[in-house]
Design a protein around this ligand. Structure first.
Ligand code: SF4
Length: 218
């Protein structure tokens, strides 16, 4: 990536960080995924004193490798909510339990320049955890998630992130998987069920946002 593009986004991300902090989120800016992991390990994790952790589906979070770091810590119990060989009923029960962990990792479908998180969920375990339950939440978001406002965020999610996310999964049958366009479907596999707009972190600092100067996730 050209240096001037990175510089452009660095300025945007710093502005977004300031807006997030005004909304009571803790916010950080990392140049790369490996730097994001370093910030998490050296500056965030030591302040949290966690015993349990889990996560909501996020390509960006996976790319940072932070969960691999947590897995290597034998003092932290992990609730595995995406194990492919575990029956669906057990996965749902684990996702319920994951709402009570000390630390929950996930991503955000969009982050507005005025410091709001906008998300659209299928099951609701991700937006549920962002809203209430886990003591601490860490959101990882690439620069491609930064948008001007809530309206643009919702438009981005319905026109791009949701259909692309449906296509990412195999075995579902939604119309967008065949056309790439949202048809506002009634499919049993519909992934667009619950919107959340997180205007501010409550309590202050409960939700931490790590912005990364790379294009990541959907
Ligand atoms: S509402 Fe249905 S068609 Fe539209 S993006 Fe969601 S799953 Fe796809």
């Amino acid at each position: 990536m050209s240096d001037f593009i990175d510089t452009f986004w660095q300025m945007r991300l710093e502005k977004c960080k300031t807006a997030l902090e005004k909304n009571n989120f803790d916010a950080f800016v990392a140049g790369t995924c490996s730097e994001a992991q370093k910030i998490f390990v050296e500056h965030i994790l030591p302040t949290l004193h966690i015993k349990t952790a889990s996560w909501g589906d996020s390509m960006t979070m996976y790319t940072t490798g932070v969960f691999d770091v947590i897995r290597q810590n034998s003092e932290i119990e992990i609730i595995e909510t995406f194990a492919p060989d575990v029956p669906r009923e057990e996965i749902i029960e684990r996702r319920r339990q994951a709402l009570l962990v000390d630390l929950f990792f996930t991503g955000s479908n969009a982050v507005t320049e005025s410091g709001q998180l906008v998300n659209l969920d299928m099951v609701g375990n991700r937006v549920g955890a962002i809203t209430f339950g886990p003591k601490h939440v860490i959101i990882f978001a690439g620069r491609n998630k930064i948008v001007a406002d809530v309206e643009t965020a919702m438009q981005r999610i319905k026109s791009y992130a949701a259909p692309a996310n449906a296509i990412r999964h195999t075995g579902w049958k939604t119309p967008c998987m065949k056309t790439s366009y949202c048809m506002d479907c009634n499919s049993p596999d519909r992934i667009c069920n619950t919107w959340t707009i997180t205007e501010k972190s409550f309590p202050k600092g409960r939700v931490k946002v790590l912005l990364i100067n790379e294009d990541l996730g959907l």
